[in-house]
Design a protein around this ligand. Structure first.
Ligand SMILES: [Zn+2]
Length: 331
């Protein structure tokens, strides 16, 4: 089990992506289509990363930038996410998707930088899914991440029950993307609905709905009201505030600020490297112009997103209560 001394536990950014192209042997791959390539270019420019996404030294440059920014911020730890490949329900790997980040590369990066906590990614349809889950638990996984609509995962399928039961027994939380998605290709749009998470919840897994099921594109459905209803029913269901400092998703910030009764169930995450901006919170009058200006001055996106949410008035617990959910040991 991963060890983090209680005295070192401060605010956490619980939604940070690890990305790589594998050109130096990380095992990662990146295959962005033309639209995603433009998006990737834009994101790298925002980050100020001096290399292109297909450069030989991209993987190490990405990690170097991320750890530098994390150490400069008031965030003590980031939950770093692997990214699984896409499978059909019979467990056949599909040629679909734009990126892959293997669990072993994730563990290697986390071993080198203890500020990173490993969130593995395992498709439950894989023939070796349970073995891989047990292996990752032994290596210190603190979370399991997937995007049901992009990975093709409906947790309600009866064949996945042993997988969720093992996660529940180990106290490993599931971080699942909810709502529309526009940076990774979508396999099945219907699986953006948070209702697909009820299978894992029924097995006793702590589930975190990424982005609070808000809509990302204009044509997306807004599942936030459905998620809130589910949160009333399932005490182990949480929502993360990642990527909410974006044009449409920022509606979720306004909604959640008005629901202090739900703050015990909200977790701070940035969705790094997503280019979050102060503009949307300012437009929705969640922060003053002066605060927007101050936050914009941080080109460090880990800091910018954290400062924005503090300025909006999210309470301290939103930045720290994830510690109660993670299977980590103290001193
Ligand atoms: Zn994300």
């Amino acid at each position: 089990m991963t060890i983090v001394p209680i005295s070192k536990r401060g605010p956490v950014d619980m939604h940070v992506h690890l990305v790589g192209n594998g050109r130096q042997g990380s095992g990662c791959w990146l295959r962005p289509g033309w639209m995603h390539r433009l998006l990737a270019k834009f994101m790298l420019k925002q980050l100020g990363l001096p290399v292109s996404w297909d450069a030989v030294n991209f993987d190490e440059s990405y990690v170097a930038l991320l750890i530098r920014w994390l150490r400069k911020s008031a965030i003590t730890h980031a939950v770093l996410l692997a990214h699984e490949e896409v499978y059909d329900v019979s467990g056949n790997k599909l040629k679909f998707g734009s990126l892959y980040v293997p669990n072993d590369y994730l563990f290697a990066v986390c071993r080198e930088h203890p500020e990173f906590l490993p969130a593995v990614s395992i498709h439950p349809a894989r023939e070796d899914a349970l073995d891989e889950l047990n292996r990752c638990l032994a290596l210190g996984a603190v979370m399991m991440k997937c995007l049901p609509n992009c990975h093709n995962i409906d947790t309600r399928l009866p064949k996945y029950r042993p997988f969720w039961e093992r996660m529940a027994a180990a106290g490993l939380p599931l971080l699942a993307h909810t709502g529309g998605e526009h940076t990774v290709p979508v396999y099945d749009k219907k699986l953006a609905d948070p209702a697909v998470l009820s299978g894992a919840l029924e097995c006793g897994v702590t589930v975190i709905a990424a982005h609070c099921a808000t809509k990302s594109g204009v044509t997306d459905r807004d599942y936030l009201p459905a998620l809130v209803q589910m949160m009333e029913k399932w005490p182990r269901l949480y929502g993360d505030l990642s990527a909410l400092n974006l044009p449409l998703r920022s509606a979720g910030l306004k909604f959640m600020l008005g629901r202090p009764d739900l703050h015990d169930r909200l977790l701070h995450g940035s969705d790094f490297p997503v280019p979050v901006s102060a503009t949307w919170a300012k437009m929705r009058k969640l922060i003053t112009s002066a605060e927007a200006k101050r936050c914009t001055a941080f080109n460090n996106l880990i800091t910018r997103d954290h400062q924005l949410k503090e300025a909006m008035g999210f309470p301290d617990k939103v930045f720290t209560q994830v510690w109660d959910l993670l299977p980590v040991r103290g001193d």
